[in-house]
Design a binder for this molecule. Structure first.
Ligand code: ZN
Length: 887
């Protein structure tokens, strides 16, 4: 009798351990309703536990996560998270910054109540483990035993990928409420950190568009042209520059928590791709980290496939090369960075989808997606949430492993300086462009990389560029005050990834830019030092001084800032021109102009076509790249209007710019208006595809585009040389400079089409033998040195009289090459992938094409790219500031 009573007593004291937790029937019913088949769910997410105290998404919003027809605004996601926080001691919501348009960004922390109560202690543990220099082995072991790993999941980076904020609300509820051993294993061993919406401005615009679509079911929905305030998809390419607020805010959240995993949730390929990548992997990363990507990926692939879910795979999507993705906030700091791609419908509707390539079986996808499927937002939520729960459970089971790996990766990063090297990068205090150097060092510091300055002069051999064969490395003396990035620091691998030179084989398939060497992009001198003696030199931590002496160099960005800030300066009236079809690349130009303090009007191609006299209002119009496929003149195809403006239905559209109809393009009236602007003395700056457009529509004459045949230059740093040393555009530049080239366009300047010199008719003999027509005496074609006027390939000499051929332009109208790519193909490559370089050797990179009293400027390179190319900014800004002195 006594024992029975005791047992009863125990049962009453700990009911949750034994009793089956009640299920939220209503919620669970709707999960089943919106899931299109049992094979698209798991036992982890096919139900929701009931809670007497914590509100479910259904109770709070009136709909479940992944419900048909429902998308949630960022603020409403936050209201829900805060309602859960108010009801549960297991949840804490932190605000950690604002978007460009003032919308809040949050992080939600979920763990058991004891962990939440001692959150500061757990954050202290991961902070200490992040820097193994501050703790001994014994203390580290103690901290690893005591600590809890932190898993940081982030959603809605890309605004048309709509499922993750919905899923993350349900996940927070489930983690806080559910009492299964599986969830308790996560809650008690892991601190889950969640940012439900990264791109808050874009999320709200996307939800606006869904409201528009519902209200106008028979009309086409305007395309989401602005995601964030500045850029669209490229918000996930900002992790080198850290210029967007979302990147800065996530970086801050990272340093507040030092999580061991950063996991970004994306939606594209079916049904769940877990990141590892095809390679090439970034060579600066520790193999220990790369192996961990694979271990984690295969755990989820295996566990989900075991549960019968179709289309779970890894490897064959994305590479692992460029450090510009947001999850590099983890990888650059010894945390695992990873992502999912789940299958998204964009709109919260259930659709019959056809899956093509991802439904094919291949070695990395033995369980491919189904070729046709009926797919819902809830399916997407099920896949995302099940995968993430398995990843969290793995961390819970391997709690110490994650902390130990984190600490070990930090230790090995510190050992890098003397083990695999290099020991340091040094930037001489004696630089031509101190403002650019300051910018570079500032970027490193915002990533948490330590920078030192030399107390005295130091003489040591730089090993980069490498000495030529049989050449003894010469020593260089760096003056006192030179900057040293030591690689015996925890974030040495990130510093190395950003500062070293990249080599990519031309047979690799790379997903994004291939070269980004920061010293090149900022046009500053740097030395890669292998000799570890550098670490013994006397130096002290550098902190950026509030002000610096004004630089004298016109190609220095600090000089440009001062020019634009000078109240006495006569500045041109500037307009930045955008199309309504795509705004991403021009967003980087807005950022660059604002960063330099250059004021501008923001106008669209539609405005231009409506303005008869642009010259009355503007001196300079800059037309940044619009994205290759955009039809600048025609705009979008004819059809019902696509309004982009603030209305009560779409409160988050508009603001940046507005239109009643996004469809019309520049039109021929706009082409004429811009031509008149130039002829009346204005400067029109065009870049990449807009430069090709200026050639096509005849604004820039005697310039042609050449189709690349073999060229492979996917985001490569190329050596260029200044041709016109007298032009104010080149002021401050050396004879050669690094430029960023995206692989197109290729320009040629001249009157006529040129045929390549090496071609000969098919005939007898070899490639270099003369062709011999039959039945007549043979006459050898004379070797021709330079083509004569009127001959193919003739380039106009500066002093040629304009009247000697009818079609010859007057000297003052002739296009002038200001900067060209290096003359010899072998000299072109600086960093990244380059193959078929002979097609761009000696071709123009920057052209000034006079017309009437003004000028059209054409950039084959992209001088303002992702806020990383400060070394090239002056090519644009020197032209802007000297717009009336370019002839
Ligand atoms: Zn995405």
């Amino acid at each position: 009798m006594k024992t029975v009573l005791l047992a009863l007593c125990c049962l009453l004291a700990a009911p949750a351990l034994f009793a089956q937790q009640a299920v939220d029937e209503q919620y669970t019913k709707q999960i089943r309703q919106f899931t299109t088949g049992p094979q698209f769910s798991t036992e982890l997410v096919d139900h929701l536990p009931a809670s007497a105290t914590v509100p479910s998404p259904l109770q709070h919003h009136g709909y479940i996560a992944g419900a048909e027809g429902r998308l949630t605004y960022a603020e409403d996601v936050y209201r829900y998270m805060r309602a859960v926080e108010a009801a549960s001691p297991r949840v804490k919501v932190l605000s950690f910054g604002k978007s460009e348009e003032g919308r809040e960004m949050i992080a939600v922390v979920v763990s058991d109540e004891a962990t939440i109560a001692s959150l500061d202690r757990y954050r202290e543990i991961t902070r200490k483990l992040a820097d193994p220099r501050g703790i001994g082995e014994e203390e580290a072991r103690r901290l690893i035993a005591e600590g809890k790993p932190i898993y940081y999941a982030t959603g809605a980076m890309h605004s048309p990928e709509t499922g993750s904020p919905e899923m993350l609300m349900e996940l927070v509820y489930r983690l806080a409420v559910e009492e299964t051993p599986f969830i308790r294993g996560i809650r008690e061993n892991v601190i889950t950190l969640i940012t439900p919406v990264l791109e808050v401005d874009g999320r709200n615009r996307q939800v606006d568009l869904w409201r528009y679509r519902q209200a106008n079911p028979t009309l086409p929905t305007p395309p989401l042209v602005y995601w964030g305030h500045y850029v669209a998809h490229d918000n996930n390419r900002d992790n080198i520059g850290l210029t967007l607020n979302l990147s800065k805010n996530v970086m801050k959240a990272y340093f507040d928590f030092h999580p061991q995993v950063v996991h970004d949730l994306h939606e594209s390929v079916p049904f769940l791709y877990v990141s590892t990548g095809t390679g090439p992997y970034n060579p600066a990363l520790d193999p220990l980290m790369i192996d961990e990507w694979h271990r984690m990926a295969y755990n989820e692939v295996n566990e989900l496939s075991r549960r019968g879910l179709p289309g779970i795979w890894t490897h064959g999507f994305y590479d692992g090369w460029a450090p510009n993705y947001m999850f590099w906030i983890g990888m650059g700091h010894n945390s695992i960075g990873r992502f999912y791609e789940t299958f998204g419908n964009r709109w919260p509707t259930t659709e019959n989808r056809v899956v093509r390539s991802a439904s094919e079986r291949t070695w990395y996808r033995s369980n491919p997606a189904l070729p046709t499927v009926r797919w819902s937002l809830r399916n997407n939520v099920n896949f995302q949430q099940s995968g993430l729960l398995l990843a969290l459970a793995d961390m819970g089971k391997n709690r110490q492993r994650f902390l130990e790996n984190f600490w070990t990766l930090g230790k090995r990063s510190i050992a890098k300086s003397t083990q695999e090297g290099p020991a340091a990068y040094v930037f001489s205090a004696d630089q031509k462009r101190p403002g650019n150097l300051r910018e570079l060092l500032g970027v490193l510091r915002s990533h948490g990389v330590e920078v030192h300055t030399l107390n005295g002069a130091l003489t040591i051999e730089p090993s980069w560029p490498p000495p030529k064969k049989d050449e003894k490395p010469s020593k260089t003396t760096f003056p006192a005050g030179s900057f040293v990035v030591r690689l015996d620091q925890p974030y040495s691998r990130l510093a190395d990834a950003l500062l070293d030179v990249q080599y990519v084989r031309s047979d690799e398939k790379v997903y994004d830019d291939t070269g980004w060497t920061l010293a090149y992009l900022k046009n500053v001198e740097s030395s890669r030092i292998v000799n570890p003696d550098i670490l013994k030199a006397a130096m002290r931590p550098w902190s950026a001084p509030a002000s610096v002496a004004p630089p004298k160099n016109e190609s220095d960005i600090e000089y440009l800032r001062q020019r634009f800030a000078d109240p006495g300066a006569k500045l041109p009236r500037i307009a930045l021109l955008h199309s309504w079809a795509r705004t991403q690349d021009e967003g980087w130009y807005r950022l660059a102009f604002e960063n330099l303090g250059a004021k501008y009007d923001y106008i669209s191609t539609q405005d231009v076509s409506a303005m008869a006299n642009l010259r009355e209002k503007y001196d300079v119009i800059i037309f940044p790249p619009v994205g290759g496929q955009v039809d600048i003149v025609n705009g979008l195809p004819p059809g019902p209007p696509l309004p982009w403006k603030t209305t009560s239905l779409t409160p988050n559209l508009g603001g940046i710019d507005e239109t009643d109809d996004m469809r019309p393009g520049l039109g021929l009236a706009g082409v004429q208006s811009l031509t008149r602007f130039v002829e009346n003395g204005g400067l029109l700056i065009t870049v990449r595809d807009t430069a090709a457009w200026a050639v096509q529509y005849g604004l820039a004459r005697w310039v042609r585009t050449v189709e690349p045949v073999k060229l492979k230059s996917p985001g490569t740093i190329i050596r260029a040389k200044v041709i016109d040393r007298k032009s104010p555009i080149a002021a401050g530049y050396d004879e050669t400079l690094p430029v960023f080239f995206g692989g197109s366009p290729i320009f040629k300047v001249g009157v006529r089409e040129e045929t390549p010199a090496e071609t000969r008719p098919s005939g007898r003999g070899g490639k270099n033998d003369p062709d011999v027509p039959q039945g007549r005496p043979f006459v050898l074609t004379p070797e021709r040195a330079k083509p004569a006027p009127g001959e193919e390939g003739f380039q106009m000499p500066e002093d040629a009289p304009y009247h000697y051929e009818a079609y010859m332009p007057r000297p003052e109208d002739r296009p002038r090459v200001i900067v060209s790519f290096a003359e010899k193909a072998d000299d072109l490559w600086m960093s990244g992938m380059l193959d078929g370089g002979e097609e761009i050797a000696n071709k123009p990179a920057v052209i000034l094409s006079p017309r009437g009293r003004g000028n059209v400027m054409l950039f084959a390179i992209n001088p303002m790219w992702r806020m990383n190319t400060q070394g090239m900014y002056a090519l644009v800004m020197n032209a802007v500031l000297n717009w009336d002195k370019l002839r």
